[in-house]
Design a protein around this ligand. Structure first.
Ligand code: PGA
Length: 250
C-alpha cells in the first residue's frame, strides 16, 4: 500500500464551514491551548476567510486551511474572489478543493476544480482534495468508477503535484450521522492507494476520511489501515468534542 504521508502523526482537519464568530473562535482557541495536546497529531483549522488571522496570532503551531481558493490567478478584476497568492500571505498552507458542498451546491465542475488545484500547487500549497460518491451511485454499485473519475483530474495537474491530501467523503455521510462501515471505508482507501500507486507514485499523499465523524466513531476510523487522518465538520464546532476526537488519534 502506498501511504507516503511524510509525518507519522495523524492529520486532523476541522472544517468549520460557514460558522464561527470572533468571540467563539477566540474562546475555542483558548480551550485548545489548555486541553489540546499536539504531540500525537497535526491540526489544521479550516475557518472562514475573515477569521484566519485569529489563528495566526496564536503561539501554538496550528496549520491553517482555506475553505476555497479562486480559480483565477494572483490578481485581477474578479470581484469577490480570493487568490492563492493572497492566502499565502496569511500563512495558509492547505486549501479544501472539491468539497461536495461546492461541487453540488455551487456547480463546481472538474474544469473549475482543476484550475483551483493548479493555482494552489503552483504556490506549493497543499490541496485537500475531496472525493465521494452520492447515495445513488453507492446503491447502483457504480461508486468505484465514479470515484476513479473524480481522481482522474489529478492526472492533469502537472509537475507541481508533489504533495496532496485526499479526503474520502461520501456525500451521503456528510452531516447525516450515517457512516460507511469500516470495511466500506477500507475498500475506498485501497482504491485510492491503488490509483495513486499506478498513476502518480511519486506524489506524497495523506488519505483522510470525512463525513459524520464524532468522538464515538473516530477511534474506529483511525484504526482503519491506510487512513492518515480525518476531516471533521459539525463535531469540530464543539471544542470539547473536537479535543476528545483528537485524543482518539493513535
Ligand atoms: P460533517 O462534515 O462532519 O459535519 O459530516 C464533514 C465535511 O463536510 O467535511
Amino acid at each position: 500500500m502506498a501511504t507516503v504521508y511524510k509525518n507519522s502523526k495523524k492529520l486532523i482537519i476541522a472544517n468549520w464551514k460557514m460558522n464561527g464568530s470572533i468571540e467563539k473562535i477566540i474562546a475555542d482557541l483558548n480551550v485548545y491551548a489548555q486541553n489540546l495536546d499536539l504531540s500525537n497529531h497535526d491540526i489544521v483549522l479550516a475557518l472562514p476567510y475573515p477569521y484566519l488571522y485569529l489563528v495566526l496570532g496564536q503561539k501554538r503551531a496550528y496549520n491553517i486551511a482555506a475553505q476555497d481558493i479562486s480559480r483565477f490567478a494572483a490578481y485581477g478584476a474578479h470581484t469577490g474572489e480570493v487568490s492563492a497568492t493572497m492566502l499565502l500571505e496569511f500563512g495558509v498552507k492547505y486549501v479544501l478543493i472539491g468539497h461536495s458542498e461546492r461541487r453540488l451546491g455551487l456547480n463546481e465542475t472538474c474544469d473549475i476544480l482543476l484550475e483551483k488545484l493548479k493555482n494552489a500547487l503552483k504556490l506549493k500549497m497543499v490541496p485537500i482534495f475531496c472525493v465521494g460518491e452520492e447515495r445513488l451511485q453507492r446503491d447502483n454499485g457504480n461508486y468505484e468508477d465514479f470515484l476513479r473519475q473524480q481522481l482522474d483530474i489529478l492526472l492533469a495537474c502537472g509537475d507541481n503535484l508533489e504533495e496532496l491530501v485526499i479526503a474520502y467523503e461520501p456525500v451521503w455521510a456528510i452531516g447525516s450521522g450515517v457512516l460507511p462501515t469500516g470495511n466500506e471505508i477500507a475498500i475506498v482507501v485501497e482504491l485510492i492507494h491503488v490509483f495513486m500507486q499506478k498513476y502518480l507514485p511519486h506524489v506524497k499523499i495523506a488519505l483522510l476520511y470525512g463525513g459524520s465523524v464524532n468522538m464515538t466513531n473516530s477511534a474506529n476510523i483511525f484504526a482503519i489501515k491506510g487512513i492518515d487522518g480525518i476531516l471533521v465538520g459539525a463535531a469540530s464546532l464543539d471544542p470539547h468534542q473536537f479535543i476528545s476526537i483528537c485524543k482518539t488519534a493513535k
